[in-house]
Design a protein around this ligand. Structure first.
Ligand SMILES: Cc1ncc(COP(=O)(O)O)c(C=O)c1O
Length: 381
């Protein structure tokens, strides 16, 4: 019988209340294209709250990743190392420039790239290592930085999940020569779609502005540095309008409150679900070097059929719990290019990881319904 309790979605976009006010202000200013008042506020927010050298608001984390591939001057035949357990965009951005992606397995106990397995994949063709801080939890940065320095390889942080999270006290997004954030509506801080390119190495800044402005030097023109702007490089349209920036700025002003609430909900899941261990279920363990930014709470089921049964069980109770990435090395598009190396932990997380509803407005009662539903499932499975 279908449950008649109200639906608990996986995600519900949170509004601070100031979004439409700021959008109205942006409209009143009469400048709706990019790089106006609110875009500058967003850039300043990130550049003052985090040790990021230069920030550029873009349409999405995907756009920021594409820009980073342009800026590294990726050429056909270059190799780029990354985890296979990630979103398509992490790889696509580099494949579009002709790179061959070399996929590395995740750790056995956490879905971040296994830093101990990277070195065996480095070759003379390796141009970059792209890491993903899954669920906003830092990768093993000391080991990764040791390799990028030893082999002089660029490091890109795909920090789509990782706003306001830290490795040994240093903000994620500040380690790579470039890093990329997402403000998609499922993230902690949102603008519907949206992203940020962080540039920590001075040498990429001038060209980044050009690539973001369709290959023109318009940004320098608007600063009065040149008397006309023209086509100087390749590029595309990566800067969002002031409407997006205004929405995002309202969210950023509530960052501390958003993080506190999400971390509260995350910890509540961790505490109340701890007993699931007796059913063989694993819960996320945050390494001592990392912080948790409450982006995502996951559990790891014993196998795929158990996970599918649990998803259906919760769905009947009007609760949406969802799996995450499919392994990219076995994807229809890229399988033919993969070496054939088995990546068992990637497959395990692809089959067994389940994400639970977690959003700012999730009430304790709703969260208890999710928790009780999971226990009910395991006690009868
Ligand atoms: C690790 C990772 N990178 C990149 C992206 C793409 O982000 P966006 O939707 O902002 O392009 C996602 C999407 O959630 C992601 O999970």
């Amino acid at each position: 019988m279908q449950n008649t309790l109200p639906k608990i979605p996986f995600n519900k976009p949170f509004l601070t209340g100031n979004e439409t006010l700021y959008i109205t202000q942006a409209v009143a200013k009469g400048h709706l294209a990019g790089d106006g008042f609110f875009t500058k506020k967003v850039h300043a927010f990130f550049e003052t709250h985090f040790p990021f050298k230069k920030c550029l608001l873009v349409h999405s984390c995907t756009a920021a990743l594409e820009m980073s591939a342009f800026l590294l001057d990726i050429q056909p035949g270059d190799e780029v190392i990354m985890p296979a357990f990630t979103f398509v965009s992490t790889a696509n951005a580099f494949v579009m420039r002709g790179a061959k992606v070399i996929f590395v397995d995740t750790q056995a106990d956490f879905p971040n790239i296994d830093a101990d397995k990277i070195e065996a994949h480095i070759s003379e063709k390796t141009k970059a290592i792209v890491i993903v801080h899954y669920a906003g939890v830092a990768c093993d940065m000391d080991k990764i930085l040791h390799l990028t320095q030893k082999y002089k390889i660029a490091l890109i942080e795909d920090a789509a999940h990782a706003i306001d999270s830290y490795y040994k006290g240093k903000a994620l997004g500040s380690f790579g020569c470039m890093s990329t954030f997402s403000f998609h509506e499922t993230k902690n801080v949102i603008s519907g779609e949206g992203g940020l390119l962080v540039i920590n190495n001075e040498k990429y800044i001038a060209r980044a502005e050009i690539i973001r402005e369709k290959g023109t030097n318009r940004a320098a023109f608007f600063r009065g540095e040149i008397d006309k702007y023209t086509w100087v490089d390749i590029g595309s349209s990566y800067l969002p309008s002031e409407i997006i920036a205004a929405f995002l700025y309202a969210q950023l002003n509530h960052l501390a409150d958003i993080q506190t609430k999400r971390k509260y909900l995350w910890q509540r899941y961790a505490d109340k679900l701890a007993e699931l261990q007796k059913f063989g279920v694993k819960l996320p363990q945050i390494p001592a070097y990392a912080t948790n930014n409450g982006h995502l709470f996951f559990m790891v089921c014993n196998n795929l059929s158990e996970r599918s049964a649990l998803i259906s069980f919760l769905k009947k109770q009007n609760i949406d719990a969802v799996f995450h990435y499919q392994a990219l090395h076995l994807s229809p598009f890229y399988q033919k290019n993969h070496s054939g190396e088995a990546l068992p932990h990637t497959l395990m997380f692809a089959d067994q990881l389940l994400r639970l509803p977690l959003f700012y407005d999730l009430s304790d009662d709703e969260q208890d319904r999710v928790i009780e539903g999971i226990f009910e499932f395991y006690e009868n499975y």
